[in-house]
Design a protein around this ligand. Structure first.
Ligand code: HPA
Length: 239
């Protein structure tokens, strides 16, 4: 098994770096050099989804290059760390959640390897978008580390980079979503196309728009994520 972490907002400096690799792909360059990292007893690869420094917005991430680069390095299992807002009052700021479903509201992203002549047309099976064994590994790692981590949730994936309106969040809740983020798609589907296991570790940064009286502030999001990333590091080290 060869593991990679795709880290999002707040996850840049979680690991000890052993080496950095620049990987070329037919889809262009990945968001950053791919780092060989050590976490706990494991070694694996790490990609900074928004680049290093953190500059690439969610709708401009080259998801195809990131997944293809990891595939070329022999990765077969991906853990994505995603910052999200929460519609679930049980999962407040700082909570960790391993979702089991998603709804894709993004548009205009290059969301398939089957878009051109490079890869044959495939209609992947995607009823369960996250790999059960990788979800279980995350939940067990949390349990071993003594961290509270919610099992299950449905991520609404929005285009961003703006946050949502209160009405959009009400609509997504009616659709069945309990979390909202901007980066799980097309990443999860591309990993499935490439034949890799993929699961998401969501870090709740804020209550979703309109869920409480206080407006969402970027400063508050960054403060919550800075604290929660310590838990993410402990969880991943116990994998
Ligand atoms: N909405 C979408 N993406 C997010 C949010 C949010 O409220 N918080 C962190 N990422």
């Amino acid at each position: 098994m060869s593991l990679a972490i795709i880290g999002g907002t707040g996850a840049l400096d979680l690991f000890e770096v052993i080496e950095q690799k620049r990987v070329e792909t037919p889809y262009g360059p990945p968001s950053s050099a791919i780092a060989r990292v050590r976490f706990g007893a494991l070694e694996g690869w790490f990609v900074a989804r928004h680049g290093r420094p953190h500059r690439i917005p969610p709708h401009r991430v080259n998801y195809r290059a990131n997944i293809d680069a990891l595939h070329r390095l022999g990765v077969d299992r991906i853990i994505a760390v995603n910052a999200v807002g929460s519609m679930d009052p049980r999962c407040g700021p700082g909570a960790l959640v391993v979702p089991d479903q998603l709804i894709d509201y993004t548009w205009g992203r290059l969301h398939s390897f089957s878009d051109d002549d490079i890869a044959p047309l495939r209609h992947i099976e995607f009823a369960e978008p996250f790999a059960g064994s990788t979800r279980t590994a995350l939940l067990e790692a949390a349990r071993r580390a003594g961290l509270r981590c919610h099992d299950g949730g449905c991520v609404a994936v929005t285009q961003g980079p703006r946050l949502e309106t209160a009405a959009e969040i009400r609509r997504m809740s009616r659709d069945g979503a309990t979390l909202v983020g901007m980066t799980t798609m097309p990443e999860a589907a591309l990993a499935r196309e490439a034949g890799m296991d993929y699961a998401s570790l969501c870090v709740v940064a804020n209550a979703a728009a309109g869920m409480d009286e206080t407006p969402i502030s970027e400063e508050a999001i960054h403060d919550v994520l800075a604290g929660a990333m310590a838990d993410v590091r402990v969880l991943l080290a116990s994998l």
